[in-house]
Design a protein around this ligand. Structure first.
Ligand code: ADP
Length: 596
């Protein structure tokens, strides 16, 4: 019982939350939706009862034909005016306001997602909430709006028609009341089943979203064409569709019976049969009422029952169903960032010392330490290479420097100050990072390098040169990359794209550059130029880079060799070669390959 009440309260809370959100961002949409629909529907609701009664009464009177004419002129004028207002609203105001609402929804989601801890992406629950919010919130917001509109309109209809019926014969309302008393509990059962149905479908909906991503994202396009993965995914997709049908069927087979009981039985027995017989008796046998009253009560009672049916079943269902999704949106919006931002806002102009003091780390939600008791000191202006086998912990180490995660034990300091004391946003200004999985954006070349819509032309050119990007593009640094914003957008090779990502690090005026596998996609000539550029850049930057190509690490001032989360060797290339340990072994192995 308690649970039931809780569920109802939370559906309602979610509903009100969304309605408040919409009212805050687009009040005109809410006001317009409520008033315009009532205005648009009222003449038709009333014409079925009031106008019909008036005309039939006049006809029964047998006099005053002009009264019908005047009533009709009044009615038509009312319809034309309301029609004009509704058309202007639905065709002009609403589309504009809807765009504003969708902007508000997505801006809110994007802002929250960008602020959220990076580690939240490792949490499937958070990620699923984000995906659901992204994919369904505009549809749900719109649904909340139209449900509110319908409830409001139906409610106004019930009140006005109810008043008319009471004035004719209150007994009719008794029939309506019995009909409603039957409909409401059945409607509740239907709504409950529907909530269960929606809950059961959410994981299958999620799978469907994944399948569509696989087929529309370019990331998967090559694999799909070459590897036969398309057919494998299609089979899974097909299975998911059958799973959906199997999941939904038991609910549907219960629901159709209830719908039938809810609408057909009480409506047929109480309204069509009951009211017709009662009012027919009064009109024909006892002659207590006229033809107009008979028609008005019959139509009015049908209309009220339909409205109640609509409110109890349809809207109760939608309110709860929307509530489930809005709940996920709220959960996503209310998710607290675990990473606490400090108040230090120092952004260094010149490189300073970064120190790891007994740092150990395990990823949130996992038990295994991926870094163990790391101690190192990155002194200013040095070029530092991190080397080691896959999974040794190199990327994790740079993730900790960038404070994408907080250390589990120990501390990282900059000039003696714990990095957790920094305001995270300000802290990040100290770093330029090129990730292995870097992204280019649908923007100009200049914007892609400066990450700003007003790139400095000279600095952009310099950064491109340092990154060995020499390709002449049709509009220079104003050329648009990717095809999303321009059909003639430039497509780049993997190596060219990587050079742009590297140019970003050279453009950004900051003391540290972190490059994860910067030469992975580069040809040997470009790799050589990159090494030269890094050497020059080291005059003004500390460069930390991860590399599997040990020809790059020869240039480094210091090399840290990691294995299973620990630093096993440290020194310059020459020192490590004369140590003749694992680094020397790896280096010789690679050098052999080049000799062949
Ligand atoms: P490297 O860069 O040296 O190849 P990584 O730092 O990427 O190694 O990974 C070190 C270890 O941490 C690996 O065992 C990897 O599976 C694990 N790991 C990496 N990222 C995550 C994550 N987000 N959640 C859990 N474990 C992770």
């Amino acid at each position: 019982m308690k649970n039931k009440k809780k569920e109802k309260v939370s559906s309602l809370k979610n509903y009100v939350y969304m309605l408040k959100f919409i009212s805050k961002h687009t009040p005109l949409l809410v006001v317009g939706y409520l008033l315009i629909d009532v205005l648009g529907n009222l003449p038709w609701t009333l014409s079925n009862v009031v106008l019909l009664k008036y005309i039939l009464d006049v006809v029964a009177d047998g006099t005053g034909y002009e009264r019908i004419l005047f009533a009709l002129i009044f009615f038509v004028a009312f319809v034309i005016i309301t029609n004009l207002l509704t058309t202007v609203f639905y065709e002009i105001t609403m589309p504009k306001q809807k765009e504003k609402l969708y902007y508000a929804i997505y801006r809110t989601i994007y802002e929250k997602a960008a602020k959220m801890d990076y580690e939240a992406y490792d949490n499937p629950e958070y990620y699923n909430d984000l995906v659901l919010a992204m994919n369904s919130m505009n549809e749900r917001a719109y649904s909340v709006l139209s449900n509110t509109q319908s409830i409001f309109t139906e409610f106004i209809g019930i009140v006005t028609i109810g008043a008319v019926i009471i004035s004719i014969d209150p007994v009719c309302l008794l029939f309506v009341a019995v009909c409603v008393a039957f409909m409401i509990p059945v409607g509740r059962v239907i709504a409950k089943i529907n909530v269960k149905r929606t809950e059961a479908m959410i994981p299958l909906d999620r799978k469907n979203l994944y399948f569509s991503r696989v087929f529309y994202l370019q990331d998967y396009a090559k694999e799909l064409r070459l590897s036969g993965a398309g057919e494998m995914i299609e089979r899974r997709y097909n299975k998911n569709i059958f799973d959906r049908i199997d999941t939904i069927m038991p609910f549907l087979s219960k629901q159709w019976k209830l719908y039938f009981c809810q609408e057909a039985l009480p409506m047929t027995l109480l309204i069509y049969l009951g009211i017709t017989l009662l009012m027919g008796y009064k009109a024909i046998v006892t002659k207590e009422i006229g033809l107009g009253d008979f028609a008005a009560t019959f139509n009015g009672a049908t209309s009220i029952s339909n409205s109640v049916f609509a409110i109890t079943s349809q809207f109760a269902i939608h309110i709860r169903e929307n509530g489930l999704y809005i709940e996920k949106f709220r959960k996503f919006m209310n998710a607290k960032e675990k990473m606490i931002s400090g108040s230090n806002t120092t952004v260094f102009e010149k490189p300073v010392t970064i120190k790891f003091q007994n740092v150990s780390f395990k990823y949130p939600g996992t038990e295994k330490y991926v870094l163990k008791n790391i101690n190192l000191e990155l002194t200013p202006y040095k070029k530092i290479a991190l080397v080691g086998y896959n999974g040794a912990g190199k990327t994790t180490l740079t993730n900790l420097i960038l404070r994408l995660y907080d250390v589990t034990e120990g501390a990282i300091t900059i000039n003696g100050v714990d990095i957790r004391e920094w305001d995270i946003k300000e802290y990040h200004k100290n770093f330029a990072a090129v990730f292995q999985d870097f992204s280019l954006f649908g923007a100009t070349l200049g914007e892609n390098i400066s990450m700003d819509d007003k790139p400095d032309e000279k600095r952009t050119e310099e950064a491109l040169e340092k990154a060995s990007f020499y390709r002449e593009l049709p509009n220079g640094t104003d050329s648009i990359l990717l095809r999303e914003f321009d059909d003639d957008g430039v497509s780049l090779s993997g190596g060219e794209a990587q050079k742009i990502a590297i140019a970003r690090a050279f453009y950004k005026d900051c003391p540290f550059a972190i490059l994860d596998e910067p030469s992975a996609n580069l040809d040997p000539v470009a790799e050589y130029s990159l090494n030269q550029s890094m050497a020059k850049a080291a005059d003004r930057k500390t460069v930390i880079f991860i590399s599997h190509r040990l020809s790059t690490t020869v240039m480094a001032d210091e090399i840290y060799m990691l294995e299973k989360g620990e630093i096993i060797e440290h020194g310059s290339h020459d020192e490590l070669m004369s140590l003749d340990g694992k680094y020397a072994y790896m280096f010789r192995l690679q050098a052999e390959k080049y000799k062949k």
